[in-house]
Design a protein around this ligand. Sequence first.
Ligand SMILES: Nc1nc2c(c(=O)[nH]1)N[C@H]1C(S)=C(S)[C@@H](COP(=O)(O)O)O[C@H]1N2
Ligand SMILES: [Mo]
Length: 406
Amino acid sequence: MKRRDFTKKVGIGSLSTLLVSDIVYKELIPNGYVPLIFQEPDPFKLFHKDPGMVVLNNKPWNMEARAHLLNDDITPNKYMFIRNNGIIPENLDVQKWRLVIDGESVKRPKSYTINDLKTNFRHYTYQLTLECGGNGRSEFDPPAKGNQWTVGAVSCANWTGIRLRDVLEDVGYTNDAVYIGYHGADMHLSRNPNKAAISRGCPMAKALQEETLLAFKMNDKDIPLAHGYPLRLVAGGWPASVSGKWLKGISIRNKVHDGEKMGGSSYRIPCEAVAPGEKVFTEDMCIIESMPVKSLITAPKSGGMLLQGKSLDIRGHAWAGELEVAKVTYSIDFGSSWKECTLEKPVNRLAWQHFSAIVDFPKKGYYEIWARAEDTHGNKQPMVLPGWNPKGYLNNACHRIAVKVV
Ligand SMILES: Nc1nc2c(c(=O)[nH]1)N[C@H]1C(S)=C(S)[C@@H](COP(=O)(O)O)O[C@H]1N2
Ligand SMILES: [Mo]
């Protein structure tokens, strides 16, 4: 195999490995054979994910869960979706890691070690729902570009860390502070060090909420590398793109943060509803803030069979961005009539809520069970699809499972 063929097959990252250890007998490699060192890693092993997870993209890595995999009250790592915009940081050294707080509106710019953060601020633990703004994108028509998420880009893990608010108060900020922007250690796909893969943020009001964390633990363990080790921002209830992973910096801004993926049509929707496929100008797009009300039936798995005369236990989770879910109902007649589910209160604000119901069927045949959540402001999930938008965000349509009664 010619050197040029190697270069085509592998990334620059792996090539540098080649420079330190040349392949002996490389002229004897059979045509078309890719040496192990260049073979794609198994993402399930690499990220400790369940084999039932679905890989949507490998450059960068994007993986989603299936509805029935999300049945746990607290999402374990093996079922947590991965959404990367760039390259996961390599050769990370926690001893040398610094979080730098800067920006136009910071009073005393400061740099903290992980140890400073862990020892000088109080720790808090919350269950926080993180849903990718693009979850459900695959159903939009006309289709939207991007990862074709179905329903599995949502999680609710137990996050431990310190309040972003406490750190912002430690450095101090001036009256003109309006937004924070995060900076992560991941690299842009081009490996150009001057480009950020993503650098988003949120208004000060969200940054100052009690539940907005600089987290260093997920489900009582160090955060897995793919999810932002050693430090990540967690802003539950907002598009998960606000929750910056591999956090190296926070800028306190005197204007809306203008980092990568804050502008254009990224994580923005038309401020006013548009017809499907309609062209929308950038100035008519608004930044997505709180996520809309949504629910997911996580048990049983869609496509099961049930003996006639038996009732079926269903359960799942519901969440509503900044709001609480007030009610979840289900329908077995394609939305003609609805019955109420039992709904639990959230463990804390911004945690998803669990619902359940015992469902009876009138006779043999094929059924669909639809679940529909309503938030405390009376907003309900749309039965089929919400308003179309160019990037296919915020699809909070009712989830449904198929059941055959035999
Ligand atoms: N540094 C950094 N932070 C990031 C991202 C990223 O690519 N780089 N992706 C964002 C997006 S779009 C989402 S949906 C969530 C995904 O978090 P997860 O991979 O832990 O599930 O991380 C957000 N934070
Ligand atoms: Mo996302």
